[in-house]
Ligand binder design. Sequence first.
Ligand code: MLT
Length: 296
Amino acid sequence: MRSMLAEVNGVKLAFSDSGSGDAVVLLVHGFPLNRSMWEPQLGALRSVCRVIAPDVRGFGASAAGPPGPLTMEQHADDLAALLDVLDVREPVIFCGLSMGGYIGFAMWRRHRQRIRAFVLADTRATPDTPEGRAGRFAMAERAEALRSSVPAVEAMMPRMFSPTLRPGTPQEVLVRAMMTSTSARAVADGARGLAARPDSLELLETIDMPTLLIVGEHDQLTPPTDSEAMLARLPNARLERIDMAGHMSNLENPVQFNDVLLEFVRRLAPPGHVPSVEPQHPPRAPTGPPGRPPTP
Ligand code: MLT
C-alpha cells in the first residue's frame, strides 16, 4: 500500500488513496491501531470506488501533535482538513471501526456536510462507564511509566477476537504488531481522548443518512447489544452480524464483512445528484511522495 503524507492542522498525516469512481469511502481505524487493519477491505473497495485510509494523528505513520488527550473532535477536524487537502468535495461514505465510529460521531457533530452515508462497525454510541474511564487512565499511566504500548497490548489483545481464534493466526499477528508499534504517548493520549468522548446516543436520532451497522457476533469490547441499541435510534439503518468474528470483524471474517460493505457501497454509487461541499480551506498540495491529482 503506497503511503502519502499531507499536512493538516499542523501535523503530517499518513494515508493511502487508491481506486476511482464516483463514490469515496473514508476508512477510519480503531485504537490503538492504524490503517493497516483495512488491508482486506482496500483491495475489494478500490475496484468499485475511491478509498482513502488515513492513520489518525499519533498512530501508524502519522505524526503526533502537541501532547494532551487525542480527542475525537481533533481527529474529526483532521479528517475534514485531509479531505480538503485531497480536494474531495463530494460527501464521503464514512466507515469507522470502534474508535473510528466514535470519530464518525464527532464528524457528524462538526462536519456533517462531508458525510453521505455511514458504516459503523464494532462500535457504540455510549460513553465510557466510570470503571471504563478509570481503566483508560490506568492504562495511560502505565504506558507512560513503562514508556511502552505493552499495557494496551495486555489489556486489549485478549478481547479483540472471538474466543476461538488461535494465537499466531495472521490476523492476531497483525493486530498485535499494530498495537506493539504504537507509541506509549499515542496509547496514553489516545486512551485519555477516548475517555473524554461524549454520549452520542441521542445524536443518532439526527443521522438521517443511510447507515450500515456491522458487528462481530462474538464482539466482547462492543457487543452486538451496543449495535442493537444504535439501530433502535438510527432513522435509516440496518444491522449486519458477522459470523465467527469478534471485535475485529473486518479481519476475522473479511469475506462476509466485504460482502455486506460492498453491497452497501454499490447501492450508493454512483452518487448521482449528491451536492458538492465547499472546502473549508483552499486545497493544498499533499506533501511527501507524489499524491494522486485532485479530482475535478
Ligand atoms: C477500538 O477498537 O478502537 C477500541 O476498542 C475502542 C475502545 O476501547 O473503546
